[in-house]
Design a protein around this ligand. Structure first.
Ligand code: NAP
Length: 320
């Protein structure tokens, strides 16, 4: 079978499509024939060698895929050959024609959800759900600002928040991205490239401020986020690509909180809980991953360039 292999850390070009040995299922494992693979920014950080949780070389990147169960190992009860599934992490890597997974890493994919959409589920929707409900403890009726609503996590956050009864303000850097945010359920949209876009969020809340900010680029926005929070407001830092200066005093009068979010920090119970919530949202179609672009697996290098260099529109998905 074919898989992308990384033999050294570096630029996207270190990823090579290679012939690798067929995978054999062991006890408690599931072999998935992959139909589509989700590309996430974290895979570029790991590949570059700059990420704290580096993988041992050589490795096959990727955690998120949509596919069909091809074989199961002894003791597996949750799925059977022929089942449609999405993966949440793998044992062997997802940028490949097949992946070995633990039984706990495969989840049912309802028939109305395409394999490409299934590939866009795990990291983005886990991040959105964990940020909102396991970190910010969002409750219906609150106002959430999704600062970066046009990419994988942002689209997921808009859908998850809207379905839960929050008022959603989404931001994007392009007109196309803002239209996408509205189509996915945002009540209001703003342009995060404009100086003072957070003042507009204050106006939309009649100067009360927003209860929650889901922040995709904290190194740019965190200082101003604190000015746009309502009393008791929470900023959840989902993404950050550098440092930022903040005025901590802005948290005092509001009793505001800045919370980190790390999907790999979820306990086993939290992980089970969030995939149960995602399963329910897929079944009733409130969660509908948006696939912005499909590329062949052989173009993984281009996918890594694009996710870091281009404006976002839903998910980039690789097709083996
Ligand atoms: P993505 O699909 O590439 O989307 C990036 C998003 O950031 C787009 O909506 C983009 O909007 C937006 N953005 C760009 N400039 C911005 C600005 N100045 N202010 C606010 N938003 C801005 O990436 P993703 O998969 O959604 O991930 C988003 C971030 O979360 C990444 O940094 C990723 O590494 C991180 N993440 C963290 C975790 C965790 O566990 N902590 C989990 C998943 C993802 P435009 O392109 O429209 O400008």
């Amino acid at each position: 079978m074919q898989a992308i292999r990384v033999h050294e850390f570096g630029e996207p070009e270190v990823m090579k499509l290679e012939e690798v040995p067929e995978l054999q299922v062991g006890p408690g494992q599931v072999l998935v024939k992959i139909q589509a693979i989700g590309v996430n920014p974290v895979e570029t950080y790991i590949r570059s060698g700059a990420y704290a949780a580096a993988l041992p070389l050589p490795y096959t990147p990727g955690t998120d895929a949509g596919g069909v169960v091809e074989a199961i190992g002894p003791g597996v009860k949750a799925v059977a050959p022929g089942d449609r599934v999405y993966t949440s992490y793998t044992v062997s890597g997802a940028y490949a024609e097949k992946a070995l997974c633990l039984e706990s890493q495969v989840h049912s994919l309802p028939p109305q959800v395409t394999f490409a959409q299934g590939a866009g589920l795990n990291v983005p929707y886990s991040a959105a759900y964990r940020a909102l409900f396991q970190r910010a403890m969002a409750v219906p009726g609150e106002v959430v600002l999704v600062n970066g609503a046009s990419g994988g996590v942002g689209v997921a956050a808009v859908q998850v928040a809207r379905a839960a009864g929050l008022t959603v303000i989404g931001t994007a850097g392009t007109e196309e991205g803002r239209r996408l945010a509205v189509a996915q359920g945002a009540h209001h949209v703003l342009d995060h490239r404009l100086e003072g876009h957070l003042q507009e969020a204050m106006r939309l809340t009649e100067n009360r401020g927003v209860d929650i900010i889901l922040e995709m680029l904290a190194n740019v926005n965190l200082g101003r986020d604190l000015e746009a929070l309502a009393p008791g407001g929470r900023v959840v830092v989902i993404g950050s690509r550098g440092t930022v200066t903040i005025d901590p005093r802005l948290t005092i009068g509001r009793e505001a909180s800045v919370l980190g979010m790390y999907i790999w920090g979820a306990t086993e119970k939290e992980t089970r809980s969030l995939h149960a919530a995602l399963g329910a949202g897929l079944a009733n179609s409130t969660l509908r991953p948006v696939v912005g672009r499909e590329l062949p697996l052989s173009e993984a290098v281009k996918a890594h360039h694009d996710i870091m260099e281009k404006r976002a529109y839903g998910k980039i998905v690789l097709i083996p």
